[in-house]
Design a protein around this ligand. Sequence first.
Ligand code: FAD
Ligand code: DHB
Length: 384
Amino acid sequence: MTDTQVGIVGAGPAGLLLGHLLARLGIDSVVLEARSREYVEQRVRAGVLEQGTVDVLTETGVADRLQREGMVHHGIELRFGGAGHRVPLSDLAAGRAITVYGQQEVVKDLIAARLDAGLPLEFEAGATEVDAEVGIVRHEGGELRCEVIAGCDGFHGVSRAAVPAQVFERVYPFAWLGILAHAAPSSEELIYTHHERGFALHSMRSPSVTRNYLQVPPDEDIEDWPDERIWAELQTRMALADGSFSLNEGEIFEKGIAPMRSFVAEPMRHGRLFLAGDAAHIVPATGAKGLNLAVADVRVLARGLGAYFDHGDERGLDGYSERCLRRVWRVQHFSWWMTQMLHRLTGDPFEAKLQRSQLEYVVRSEAAARTLAENYVGLELEDA
Ligand code: FAD
Ligand code: DHB
């Protein structure tokens, strides 16, 4: 006897969206989350949604607020050598666009949809151990017997330990200091800046809130970055040679440092357990892909589980890991490529010259810009 068809460990974007897609297929699930509802709804992370991510949220009825508040962008700017260069994403990628909408807003929308539908979602019920052979999730409040377990508990969760996986990893010698500030965006589109003092990124959350990032050393202490130092460094790195750019400043209400890492665990399945999202893989944030990759995984998983529970067809589940890993490695490459092109690396002048040449080529060659654009807006689920 089982308690549910699918036990979902983790209520991040991967776990919540999987639960939502399964409900639409008539498949029961229970979501167990270690933290409180307030905590997961306030946790500030990514902000760029690929077209495919927006499409799946829209098609499945959880995008009303996203459609109202999300900001659709058709291009990004690459800034280096004191000059800006627009990459017209939509012109280069068959009309596809990105939408800027905070990850925690997606999480809020999915939690509301699940609770409104009366579906089980337990907060402060962290899993302590997952048994992939039998299908049991042990947690703080007892145990959950499942036909299938979805390990959606992020990079620091417990699910991955139950998969005998080979790990591929790279840790970068820098981190991102990210802020949210009450300040109007200084540009209509995101600005990715390569500067000799390090990378900087200008993004936004609304017409009155900006999100900015600075490359900092990996062991940096946030206490060493008072607000004035953050603004001064952003202004220096993002300045245009003709003096025509000034970054709007405002009260900083959120500050944090995130490490940069590439990580893949292969395979993504063992027995009854399927890993999805950050539980299986991490990308450096430069390509804005972590959340989108989590969404792509659970779309594939939901489809496989649909065929399995509907008519016992296991082919989708058997092919899950291989199918996802094709996209994971494409995205790993893109995220690594963006990261090594835009950050200050070792300070080696030869490396800096190569970076500069690469940036100039990307903004000069339509073929190179198209490569950036089609990866940035996201490949179709079928293409990767
Ligand atoms: P998560 O969002 O991590 O969700 C996992 C959930 O599982 C969490 O709610 C967690 O509390 C819960 N959990 C953990 N352990 C257990 C357990 N034992 N039992 C039950 N539940 C558990 N990506 C970008 O593209 N741009 C960014 O700027 C960016 N910034 C980031 C900043 C930080 C600090 C981090 C950690 C990630 C960032 N990312 C960013 C990556 C992106 O946010 C992730 O790829 C995305 O959250 C993946 O979703 P997920 O559902 O797989 O995992
Ligand atoms: C944001 C985060 C990213 O990693 C990125 O590449 C672009 C934007 C953001 O949080 O807005």
